[in-house]
Design a binder for this molecule. Sequence first.
Ligand SMILES: [Zn+2]
Ligand SMILES: [Zn+2]
Length: 393
Amino acid sequence: MVTLSGPEEAALAAIDEAADGLRALSLDIHSHPELGYEEVRAHGVLSEFLEGAGFSVERSAHGLETSFRAVSGSGGAVVAALCEYDALPALGHACGHNLIAAAGVAVGLGLRAGLEASGEAGTVLVLGAPAEERGGAGKVRLIEAGAFEGLDAAVMLHPGMGDHVRGSSLAHRGLEVVFRGRASHAAGAPWMGVNALDAMVLGFASLGLLRQQLHPTHRVHGVITHGGDSPNIIPERTEARLLVRAPTREEVDVLRGRVLACFSGAAEQSGCELEATWAEFPYENLVQNGSLADAYAEQFEVLGGEMQPPRMGGSTDMGNVSQVLPGLHPHFRIPSEGGNHTRPFTDAAATAEAHEAMLRAAKALCLASLRVYSDADFRSEVRRGFEEPGGVE
Ligand SMILES: [Zn+2]
Ligand SMILES: [Zn+2]
């Protein structure tokens, strides 16, 4: 039997007391899906909720309209609990970021209550991190704006198909491809045209062939966002958006050359002009802080959960955060017929079971984070793990 300290008990009680309010908050965000940098409603309801809970909230923080910075306490150690709240086009909250938002608030409320009960100095941040999906790189902009300076750790949770804390994420770089040809009448004078759709089809066909030669952990995928204007006109302009992913940024950089060759070859074959633009901000792979991960896993199991082996999933700009300060980004399982970015997952993200799973994970993350304030040895262990190569995984 594990006995909790007074501050730990106060932290868990605060999360339990807020459970219904957090559920309402999560469902509000879920039923009003907003894309990255357009999360105006989520930004509003989260800011209001945190103000109501006694945080002092700066809206549109760090130069981003839909970011917020909620602060409680002062001095001492500083831990930031991150909220994401952007949705996906067509599918709504198919990545469950409504649960991430509620989890970030839950961790913040718990830490605030725990610190108050301990009477120690400490600063709790709840940071609104917009635009994680689709290479939006909200957290990279927050890093550049100094949002993470002076912090001891940044933590967040993500719903998925398993309960794990040691998994990394793929680095990635976005690519926008535009082909320019020449329009002509598709029946009257097709020989006068230069077909930009041919170029795009050739590019994607080459990518398909390239895939056989890729390492199993590498991913290249994309969509054609403009394929022409009318069937009776030889397309003069086509556009696509792609993501190139691999376990590290170095591998992504090697892969980028091979992907680009598919499209430059297609330009050559079709006689089109190619304009290829790489995304301004690459996503780095996630480095889970070892000490925080162990503390989380321990608390998660005390709370009745069972940790599972890590899975490789997608990419996250939390990867970038985890490379500039100690970070933790555990996944918690919500019951769903399909994984992230599927319609069943959108439905699952609104269920009572998902909410309960989120609350348990938030409690574990809160107790693990509380140690950063209360235990100076643990705090320096977390720092060491971040600074020493091999001290993290
Ligand atoms: Zn996602
Ligand atoms: Zn996500």
